[in-house]
Design a protein around this ligand. Sequence first.
Ligand SMILES: [Zn+2]
Length: 76
Amino acid sequence: MNALATCPECGGISKWNPPFYVCSVCGLALRRQEYERMVDKQKEALWEAQEEQNEGTDKKRKRNREYLDWYLGSKK
Ligand SMILES: [Zn+2]
């Protein structure tokens, strides 16, 4: 088990202080399981972001933007 980890919230250094990882920057305290779940989620998000970049998503982003405009406009 690593005594030091990266805070999934702010990227600061989390220290293993049983039974929690405690972030020295933002003070976030996570149990090991919670910590690992958050890191997994973060990795997934990162991976998805990379996927999108690889696809060259200017088009996609534009479509999302248009959809958002439509959505916001339709609410007025
Ligand atoms: Zn933090």
